[in-house]
Write a protein that binds this ligand. Structure first.
Ligand code: MV4
Length: 447
């Protein structure tokens, strides 16, 4: 097991990882920018190293400063959290070259999944159902026309170096195709320095369902069920749940089994998320994330398993603490992302939190790095906490969530709490009847 882990992140996820390290008796080092000197994770860590000025590229993204902090403190592993360097293959390779364990998959696996064309080709080879479309990059309009005619309109053109919704263009008919292809290619070239694009059938009303997987580091793979993350705004998840209201146990175990086997065959190590679009009872792979995700607590709530403990165990070569047959899905969990933003316009609202009171009681978890008197710096993303609620079934979970939202107090700044108080009272949400476009339509109506 590791003696000392350096946490290369900030905010609620730095605290989340720190808690797991403490429970496992592992010493903790955190790195922070000058803007985060008063952050909770800095106060609670055994050691902290200031690695630079506020902009991320000069601190949380500065690989050399982080490696230096490892050397100075004698950390034997790095947990990258999510965002920042968590899916940076070069960072994983550099740490390995310094004999420091990157708690995550190999640089090569990160690289494959970062290239969306390569990721899709790999998924298909491993027996994962993918969205119909081109086999690789498409450059010529003629070829694009042939593929689109074959799969049928509408089609979507995506940047291979994109992901997470960046660099996509929809063509509803052949007349739109040329412009869609040209703009997608030039935007991809400008944004990512790589103009490779691919074509897929455009699914009009899917849900976003993702499967939590783990490779044990010895060629084994398991799945921890799925999360439904269909409620998004501008490709930012807002509300996530496990299980998906759309799946039954048989569908869960079928797609989960396919993903677990693929992860084993790939020789993948650590936590991963296989993202699907789900429409008319069918799953279509879109991307794979090679990190721990923001929404991992809903999976923890229904399985009772600490996924960060598992990451650390696997990273240190100790394998998983559970086999597939030990992973049971118990009840229902929902996560609300509480952002320091205007609940209608989503404009960031940094500043001082004058009063912070979190709900409690059975089935309630709040992951947050903020406290009364804390000043939110304006340099980073606006997530200030997550409310995760568990119940024996979805109805109980929703009742408990409504109560927890009533108790939650965040004064001094604007937050997205009022949005969630509206959503828990909505009939479509109560019925689990929503797709990836539901939230944007709801917000556009201005109800
Ligand atoms: C799609 C799609 C429809 N058809 N691909 C957006 C983020 C990126 N991960 C993939 N995305 C989409 N890919 C096909 N073939 C619709 C989206 C999409 C979306 C997906 C998940 C959650 C919210 C979304 C919002 C708009 C579009």
């Amino acid at each position: 097991m590791f003696q000392k882990i350096l946490i290369a992140n900030r905010g609620e996820i730095a605290l989340r990882v720190l808690r797991a390290c403490k429970e496992l008796g592992i010493q903790t080092v955190v790195v922070h920018s000058t803007a985060d000197a008063d952050a909770m994770h800095v106060r609670l860590a055994d050691e902290s190293v200031c690695i630079g000025p506020p902009p991320s590229r000069d601190s949380y993204l500065n690989i050399h400063q982080i490696v230096a902090a490892c050397e100075i403190t004698g950390a034997d592993a790095v947990h990258p959290g999510y965002g920042f360097l968590s899916e940076n293959a070069k960072f994983a390779d550099i740490l390995a070259a310094h004999n420091i364990t990157f708690i995550g998959p190999s640089g090569d696996h990160i690289r494959i999944m970062g290239d969306k064309i390569e990721a899709k080709r790999t998924a298909k080879r491993l027996g994962i159902p993918v969205v119909p479309g081109s086999d690789g990059a498409v450059t010529e309009e003629k070829e694009a026309r042939r593929i689109a005619a074959e799969i049928g309109y509408p089609v979507i053109i995506k940047a291979s170096a994109g992901g997470g919704g960046r660099g996509m263009k929809v063509a509803h008919a052949e007349a739109d195709l040329e412009i869609a292809l040209q703009t997608a290619r030039s935007e991809a070239g400008a944004a990512f320095g790589d103009d490779a694009v691919y074509i897929e059938k455009y699914l009009e009303k899917p849900r976003h369902i993702e499967v939590q997987v783990f490779g044990d580091g010895f060629g084994g793979g398991v799945h921890f069920g799925e999360r439904d993350c269909s409620l998004q705004r501008r490709h930012q998840k807002v509300w996530e749940e496990a299980n998906s209201p759309a799946l039954n146990a048989e569908e869960r175990s079928r797609i989960g089994g396919i993903c677990a086997k693929a992860i084993a065959d790939l020789g993948y190590s650590g936590a991963g998320t296989i993202e699907f679009l789900y429409e008319n009872g069918e799953f279509y792979f879109i991307e794979m994330n090679t990190r721990l995700q923001v929404e991992h607590p809903v999976t923890e709530a229904i399985t009772g398993i600490d996924l960060v403990h598992e990451q650390i165990r696997v990273g240190s070569g100790g394998g998983l603490s559970v086999k597939q047959e030990d992973i049971k899905f118990n009840g229902h969990a929902i996560e609300c992302r509480i952002n320091a933003e205007d609940p209608r316009t989503f404009t960031p609202s940094p500043g001082t939190i004058t009063h912070f009171h979190t709900p409690g009681g059975l089935g309630i978890r709040v992951d947050s790095g903020v406290y009364s008197g804390y000043k939110i710096p304006p340099y980073y993303d606006s997530l200030i906490g997550k409310l995760i609620v568990h119940g024996r079934n979805r109805v109980e979970c929703m009742m408990r969530l409504r109560r927890a939202l009533d108790e939650f107090v965040v004064d001094g700044i604007k937050t997205t709490l009022p949005l969630f108080r509206d959503l828990v009272g909505n009939a479509d949400i109560a019925n689990g009847d929503y797709d990836i476009h539901w939230l944007e339509k709801y917000l556009a109506k201005g109800e």
